[in-house]
Design a protein around this ligand. Structure first.
Ligand code: TXA
Ligand code: MG
Length: 318
């Protein structure tokens, strides 16, 4: 079948209340009609996601935003103008049209317009806003290819294959406040870019990330995972895999996945989840070590993911 036939097929399934995995520019999403509570319930079931963790709604037209939120704040339109379609999710007061199950009972709803032609066509043809979390099992590694979705989720009605996603990490999530905005999750749209439009509250405090799903542990490979530190040099690395960024730590490892050929942070974001999947699937290793990066700009988003991936395993060590 041609891609356009596949998109039509996926859109028909969404109209029928079924669940479809689809590519966005960030990661693959697991989508259903956001206005159909029974369809949305299936997303939670397939992902094994706790009901307290709300979903993002994806739109293809700014007019859909008006039906989903009561917010008429002009900053929303300035942000949309600058960053949509793109990897920015805005958390806004919800309208009564949005079912409680989408927002886990919260009075707010997360909305974004993805910068991916397949996702946009799917939403348009579905003729409804599409609720979608990342298409992985809850707490596990996010998918950047259709194969990653297939690996984790067996009972999705359809996986729309659009190749590898080109941003690689999830959207930046913000919540508007009276004075500016709070960043709830870091992404490739950085606070510096957001500050061209509005001020950021708590600019220096990255620890207060407060999206309900922002648990300490997330993105977790099924193998021991750690961030490289000075102790690593003395370790036996013959059964370890490295997610390599600078190229300086590679000696002694059984498997090395380079995420960038020239130490570029955007490349790290694009390739980090794929590298985690590759090393998780490599039977010759039992430990994954990822190279850290300085925490500024996109580095914040990368280090958030690495810390959450390492969290469970760090508990093991103490
Ligand atoms: O790039 C992305 O955002 C991807 C693609 C598929 O669009 N989606 C994604 O969804 O990452 P998910 O569900 O894996 O992460 C969404 C996060 C969750 O941590 C959730 O708690 C938070 O967004 N969130 C959703 N609605 C919210 C709300 N009303 N208030 C605060 N946080 C919210
Ligand atoms: Mg997710």
């Amino acid at each position: 079948m041609r891609l356009s036939d596949n998109i039509n097929y996926a859109a028909k399934l969404i109209q029928d209340g079924r669940v479809v995995a689809f590519p966005t520019e960030t990661v693959y999403g697991l989508g259903a009609n956001a206005l159909n509570p029974m369809a949305v319930a299936k997303i939670y079931e397939i992902k094994e996601r706790p009901s307290f963790d709300p979903l993002i709604i994806h739109i293809a037209d700014i007019r859909q935003l008006e039906a989903l939120t009561n917010c008429r704040d002009k900053r929303v339109y300035q942000l949309a103008e600058r960053f949509w379609p793109g990897p920015l999710t805005m958390v806004l007061p919800k309208s009564s049209k949005v079912p409680e199950i989408v927002t886990s009972g919260l009075p707010t709803v997360g909305i974004r317009m993805p910068n991916n032609a397949i996702a946009m066509e799917l939403i348009q043809k579905s003729n409804c806003p599409v609720a979608a979390p990342s298409a992985n099992k809850f707490g596990r590694i996010s998918p950047t290819t259709a194969a990653h979705v297939r690996k984790q989720l067996s009972n999705v009605d359809y996986i729309l294959d659009g190749g590898k996603t080109n941003v690689g990490i999830e959207s930046t999530i913000i919540e508007l406040t009276d004075t500016g905005c709070k960043i709830l999750r870091n992404g490739i749209i950085t606070q510096e870019e957001l500050e061209t439009i509005l001020s950021i509250d708590d600019r220096t405090n990255h620890v207060t990330l407060s999206a309900p799903g922002m648990l300490k542990s997330h993105y977790s490979p099924a193998k021991k995972f750690m961030i490289a530190d000075s102790e690593m040099f003395a370790m036996d690395k013959s059964k370890a895999g490295l997610i390599s960024f600078s190229g300086k730590l590679e000696s002694g490892f059984k498997n090395v996945i380079k995420v960038s050929s020239n130490a570029n942070l955007t490349d790290y974001a694009v390739n980090m989840f794929e590298a985690m999947h590759l090393l998780e699937d490599d039977n010759d290793i039992d430990l994954i070590i990822a190279e850290p990066v300085p925490e500024s700009g996109i580095g914040n988003a990368i280090m958030d993911r690495l810390r959450k991936a390492a969290y469970n395993w760090r508990q093991d060590l103490v």
